[in-house]
Ligand binder design. Structure first.
Ligand code: CUA
Length: 324
């Protein structure tokens, strides 16, 4: 995650294939440049004071063959590494007739990522888990995660520089990508296509974990939030206020009457490390700041300033922090 230039620090087979293509093309170009520039310099230095034309040499078969074979080898080399890249990156699922899918069953994908202005919805259709801005995957070079990338509003672009290519998130269209990490780690992701005022704050994280940690995380995400009898009086008051106010018109908390999907799913909000798609680290102080006036933190975001009283603020923060 702390790479200086993440694109040059590949951490998945896809990103490695891209990096290999880049470096080999760079190498070939550098060699050709050096040869051509070298010959030009040689001609300049040797021919500078010459008054007559140099020897004219027409129709050398050997030279012609050499000049033909060199480029052909280079082109075949480029075709091979490009083909390897295309095959490595291709994540299209086998096409099944639509009726082969059961009702509610997603296509053959493990993850559905939907771009919103300005955050990412993350859904694990097989496990029935929905989250936002944080994608957990098992880190294993052999485990391929096919993800479906789409958008709910405008065109975004899903990109984790260390893990592979970027792919457009287009409303009404399904694009596919392999998501893989060769080793555990946290990989920074970004929206890579200008999509409005807060495009720069449309970050996300891919958290590569061991298979065990991943399964544990998934199981925890499948649980409903704590029963209300375990809440502190402050959190309980916050919960009451949450349902009395307009929060449930935009947000979902699994197992409750809040089922709207306009804003991020809050079921396990407290387990996430950031607020507002990377704009603030998730802490009590920052959550208070966000709820006090989201427009001051992320101008233009869909959440208005509700002008909450200090009491309601404290209560809401206490409740949201129980959503683990
Ligand atoms: Cu979404 Cu830029």
């Amino acid at each position: 995650m702390n790479s200086v230039i993440p694109v040059l620090d590949p951490a998945s087979p896809q990103a490695e294939a891209i990096n290999n293509l880049f470096l080999q093309v760079l190498l070939i170009s550098a060699i050709i440049f050096a040869i051509v520039a070298g010959l030009i310099l040689l001609a300049i230095s040797k021919g500078r004071r010459r008054q007559t034309l140099p020897d004219q040499n027409f129709g050398s078969e050997r030279a012609e063959i050499a000049w033909a074979i060199g480029p052909v080898i280079i082109v075949i080399w480029l075709i091979a590494i490009s083909a390897n890249l295309v095959i490595t990156l291709n994540a299209m699922p086998d096409v099944k007739p639509l009726e082969a899918y059961n009702v509610g069953e997603a296509q053959d994908v493990e993850l559905i990522v939907t771009g919103h202005q300005w955050w990412w919805e993350v859904e694990y259709p097989k496990a029935g888990v929905i989250s936002a801005n944080e994608i957990h995957i098992p880190a294993d070079p052999k485990r391929k995660f096919r993800i479906l990338v789409t958008s709910d509003d405008v065109i975004h672009s899903f990109w984790v520089p260390q893990l592979g290519p970027k792919i457009d998130a287009i409303p009404g269209r399904e694009n596919y990508l392999w998501l893989q990490a060769s080793q555990p780690g946290i990989y920074q992701g970004r929206c890579s296509e200008y999509c409005g005022a807060q495009h720069a704050w449309m970050n996300f994280k891919v958290i590569g974990e061991t298979e065990e940690e991943y399964q544990h995380w998934l199981a925890k995400q499948q649980q409903k939030p704590e029963p209300t009898r375990l809440l502190s009086p402050l959190a309980m008051a916050g919960r009451e206020y949450f349902f009395k106010a307009t929060c449930p018109r935009c947000h979902k908390v699994a197992g409750t009457s809040a089922e709207a999907m306009i804003g991020p799913d809050l079921t396990h909000f407290a387990t996430r490390t950031e607020i507002g798609s990377g704009v603030l680290p998730n802490s009590t102080e920052n959550l208070t700041r966000w709820l006090r006036n989201p427009q001051a933190v992320k101008p233009g975001c869909k959440m208005p300033n509700f002008k909450l009283s200090e009491t309601n603020l404290k209560q809401l923060v206490a409740y949201l922090e129980t959503l683990k």
